[in-house]
Design a binder for this molecule. Structure first.
Ligand code: CU
Length: 479
């Protein structure tokens, strides 16, 4: 009985504007009432009671319950996995920049859990990474997290518990959801759109097998968009002339994904929630694990289409969703893409700015074969976490992070509690692109500048679950 009455993330129409106005006016109860009238809204997450109780502790703004559920990816394709509030993806947390929020988290799973608020510049206590010192939530335990959301844009929340060789833990599960922070100031007019659609990618039923060199790698049987395999969710209904803002998250534990919508182009406005210097139009989107893209699509090609993985094996595994123009019927046309290409620099300043760093921090990525049927061991500067000495940052200074990938894999590396500005990719300069995850391709160097303005322990790691579980982490510390 996990199938909701409506698509969990669809149909954020113009009414979301008025909902934001409610939230700005500080009337959460009113917003919750309104939310219940919006199909597929965050009503479930906003179940905080409006009535007063003798308990002096005020009701939280959101409640998240972690529990194992049975989930129907498609009829006859049920899986058992851990999820938030009984749904996949978890409820949308719609916050306002600068307005404090309290989130109650209950762990009904049989193992310790922790929830990370990815992309938020918040305290270590709220961030949700045990490696930094945030507390784990024991089985049956409950905790309250309060933070002031910043920056605005498309972010997410997800488990930060290790998986190791357990395919029912960590990001292999359904423990992920959208965290969207609305800007406290009036939105940019140029971003006007008719509707907003969240898209969450995930891979399911992981299995481990020996790759070409004998070391263990991860692959999957199935894949989904917004928790459903292609053909098993309600199509997104659009009409000619509409502008749809797609807010896309790759919540896969390990896989980068390529997305296309045949006959349409994506105007990329923001990466990892941060507006880009140059919005650029592309046919194909690439998202590494944990990356987000905000892109506008003009609905100017009537038909029935599949927004889905450009790589056939992932599309066949279920990673797609139908986009249906009013009055059009028929079999949805799937993406057909000849070559995969992505360049972060397309969204940067037309003539890149140059900066002089105060400190340079080299980070060299290497791996070591650990034998047939074992994951490789991963190292940063020759050491594997937890044997990596912490790296000291100095508050207020511009640190140039030099990601030197000596391995033959690409890595989506992530910095907690901060973002960084890309300054070079394989020797080519760039500026104006701010990220908290960047794919460092095999045998290349990416440089990025981090301003140390949020003191406290800060975790850096590869976002690929099997890599972070195998030593690809390092702690940055500054007071
Ligand atoms: Cu990696």
């Amino acid at each position: 009985m996990n199938r909701p009455q409506s698509h969990p993330l669809s149909d954020r129409t113009k009414s979301s504007e008025s909902r934001r106005a409610f939230l700005r006016n500080g009337s959460l109860a009113a917003a919750a009432v309104l939310a219940q009238s919006i199909p597929g809204s965050t009503a479930r997450a906003q179940a905080a009671p409006a009535i007063s109780s003798p308990n002096p502790e005020p009701a939280p703004d959101y409640r998240i319950e972690i529990a194992e559920i049975e989930w129907e990816l498609a009829p006859k394709k049920k899986i058992r996995t851990a999820a938030y509030n009984g749904q996949i993806p978890g409820p949308v947390l719609r916050l306002t920049e600068g307005k404090p929020v309290t989130i109650e988290i209950a762990n009904r799973a049989a193992w310790p859990e922790i929830v990370h608020f990815h992309g938020q510049w918040i305290s270590v206590a709220a961030d949700g990474a045990a490696e930094e010192g945030s507390p784990m939530i024991p089985p049956g335990g409950k905790t309250r997290i309060t933070f002031t959301p910043r920056p605005s844009g498309l972010h997410w929340y997800h488990t930060h518990a290790p998986a190791n060789r357990n395919r029912n833990r960590g990001l292999y599960t359904g423990q992920s959801g959208i965290l969207h922070v609305d800007s406290a100031v009036a939105p940019d007019r140029s971003l006007a759109y008719d509707r907003e659609q969240f898209i969450v990618l995930h891979d399911w039923e992981p299995y481990f097998y020996a790759g070409g060199d004998g070391s263990e790698v991860v692959d999957y049987v199935r894949a989904s968009i917004n928790g459903r395999m292609l053909g098993h969710d309600a199509p997104t209904q659009v009409s000619e002339g509409q502008r749809v803002l797609f807010q896309i998250l790759n919540a896969s534990a390990t896989e980068p994904h390529w997305l296309a919508l045949p006959g349409h182009r994506f105007l990329v406005l923001a990466l990892d929630g941060a507006p880009v210097a140059t919005p650029a139009s592309v046919e194909l989107l690439r998202l590494g694990p944990a990356e987000r893209i905000t892109a506008l699509v003009e609905m100017d090609n009537p038909g029935v289409w599949v927004l889905g993985e450009a790589q056939k094996d992932f599309l066949d595994a279920g990673m797609g969703t139908a986009i249906e123009y009013a009055g059009r019927t028929g079999k949805p046309q799937a993406p057909r893409v000849d070559s995969l290409a992505w360049d972060y620099r397309a969204f940067g300043d037309r003539s890149p700015k140059t900066y002089t760093p105060d400190v340079t921090v080299p980070l060299v990525f290497t791996s070591r074969f650990k034998g047939q049927g074992a994951f490789d061991e991963w190292m940063i500067n020759g050491k594997s976490y937890p044997h990596t000495p912490p790296i000291r940052l100095r508050q207020g200074l511009r640190h140039r992070l030099v990601f030197e990938n000596h391995s033959t894999d690409s890595h989506p590396v992530h910095m907690h509690r901060h973002n960084f500005e890309l300054v070079s990719i394989a020797g080519n300069p760039v500026s104006g692109v701010y990220k908290d995850v960047v794919i460092v391709e095999a045998k290349t160097v990416v440089e990025a500048d981090l301003l140390a303005t949020n003191p406290g322990n800060t975790l850096f790691h590869c976002h690929q679950q099997d890599h972070m579980d195998s030593g690809f982490m390092n702690l940055f510390i500054y007071a």
